[in-house]
Design a protein around this ligand. Structure first.
Ligand code: G3H
Length: 482
């Protein structure tokens, strides 16, 4: 979709295969193809977004907020008609369970609707006059210009829209980079974008990020870079920009969120939240619990219960009833998970759940590794997959030390009861991470809550309210009072 036209593509394509195979068959199931655009094509797409923006004089940025709200509301109403189709594609392509795929799409629809409401109230707050010392000014909120939005494979629909929709509704035009994995769920939306938005406002960029994004960054012609994905990819892209220090960015990157199980924790709560937190969607969430620290006095009972729960998780395809663990969409991921597991075992950890660590192509029974220590790769790297490192501690200062040394700073979860200890830890950890969860797992939602991170985990804050500010600027018209 470029400049309002859904173009025919005669160039090279990449096949999209499902991680699922039919029973007893090793044959891949082809779901579709996507165009492999070149850097030159990407620049043409960028140009279309610029023409539509036209220095703020384009049809879209010139509309009133009420007019843009009207367009986005039409868009979301039509999107609802495609709900089931999008869910089906998410299940087949990235193997998210049916329940989670439904949640991803419904949550996105709700996100769009609530963004509209949030904008109405932001308008009321922002359109104000201020006065001081004889100078009076009127505040207005303006678009930034052209925004490059790129989402990840694990929330291909939701986390593309998490930046796309606020960027659009604030009057920006966008280049919407589709995730390489999780690309097909966007196909049902292209005609809606074409029919509802003025031409050139939404331009869709398929292809590999490696090929298409560096030329866009190197052109220096984007006003904001909105990216959710790996830290390495973001680093490389930001460096490609001619003035990286001046680039306005909103980045949702990697994390290594610890759970801390204190001696007085309710073990049933800790176990069920750690299972959900570490292994929902196979651990492929930036907010997943990626390491567990358990006090040595309760390590054994915690591990026994945790191992039993993890081993009872049902493996299978997304639409199976009560399925929890599904095939991974990235073909090379099992190899990486195996490397982390082998490294930890070589350095003294064991797989403590009897069923853990069995690999059937990309379907993995999650291994729980214990006892883990800081020399193991799995304690430092973001595994983004189904394996859970557990370390024991005798003094909480050992755990705090881990936070101090970590390059990540998104969230933590603490399980315990003593209000004094909880309060002391909250004080300490809120200087290390952006969200501390008490007796509950780490997560992004509810989507009205600010979602951000410290250190290498994030730049900027996303949420239904915050994202509107990220993709706009408050300007003012000032004069001397007469
Ligand atoms: O993968 C990163 C997502 O922001 C996680 O979102 O906590 O709602 O699953 P979630």
């Amino acid at each position: 979709l470029i400049n309002g036209i859904l173009r025919e593509w005669n160039g090279p394509v990449s096949d999209v295969f499902s991680p699922i195979r039919y029973r007893g068959s090793s044959e891949k199931i082809k779901l579709g193809t996507y165009p492999l655009l070149s850097g030159k094509d990407a620049l043409e797409i960028l140009d279309s977004a610029h023409k539509a923006y036209n220095y703020g004089h384009g049809e879209w940025p010139s509309m009133t907020t009420a007019q843009r709200i009207d367009v986005v509301s039409k868009f979301v109403n039509k999107l609802k008609e495609k709900r089931d189709e999008i869910i089906e594609l998410i299940m087949w392509e990235i193997c998210k369970t049916q329940k989670d795929s439904q949640k991803e799409v419904d949550r996105t629809i709700e996100y769009v609707e609530k963004t509209v409401e949030a904008l109405k109230s932001l308008e009321n707050k922002d359109n104000a006059f201020i006065e001081d010392g004889g100078t009076v000014a009127q505040i207005r909120r303006r678009a930034l210009g052209v925004v490059l939005c790129s989402g990840p494979f694990n929330y291909p629909f939701n986390e593309t829209y998490a930046t796309l929709i606020p960027a659009l509704i604030m009057g920006n035009t966008v280049v919407m980079k589709l995730p390489r994995v999780g690309v097909l769920c966007h196909v049902p939306t292209f005609e809606i974008f074409r029919d509802v938005f003025p031409k050139g406002v939404v331009n869709v960029l398929p292809g590999t990020g490696r090929e298409t994004l560096p030329p866009i960054m190197a052109s220096g012609k984007i006003d904001c870079f909105a990216f959710i994905g790996s830290t390495n990819a973001a680093d490389a892209l930001v460096k490609a920009h001619p003035a990286p220090h001046k680039l306005r960015m909103c980045l949702g990157l990697e994390a290594k969120n610890p759970a801390i199980i204190l001696p007085d924790a309710d073990l049933d709560v800790a176990v069920s939240e750690c299972v959900l937190g570490s292994l929902s969607y196979n651990g492929q969430r930036c907010t997943a619990i990626k390491v567990i620290f358990v006090h040595e006095s309760i390590a054994k009972p915690f591990l026994d219960k945790f191992a039993t729960s993890v081993d009872s998780m049902k493996l299978g395809v997304p639409w199976m009833k009560d399925v929890k663990i599904t095939p991974l969409p990235e073909e090379n991921k099992p190899n990486y998970i195996h490397q982390l597991m082998d490294d930890a075992i070589a350095k003294g950890a064991k797989i403590v759940n009897p069923k853990g660590g069995k690999f059937d192509r990309t379907l993995i029974t999650p291994p729980i590794l214990f006892p883990c220590n800081e020399h193991m790769r799995v304690m430092q790297e973001e595994q983004f997959g189904p394996l859970v490192p557990v370390a024991s501690f005798s003094s909480i200062s050992e755990v705090e030390e881990y936070f101090h040394k970590s390059k990540y700073g998104q969230q933590a979860a603490i399980f315990g009861k003593d209000p004094k200890e909880l309060s002391r830890l909250i004080d300490s950890l809120t200087y290390q991470v952006a969200r501390v969860n008490i007796n509950t797992q780490c997560q992004r939602g509810p989507d009205v809550f600010p979602f951000t991170g410290r250190k290498d985990s994030s730049i900027g804050t996303l949420s239904i309210n915050d994202a509107l500010r990220v993709f706009s600027i408050r300007v003012m018209v000032a004069t001397a009072e007469t």
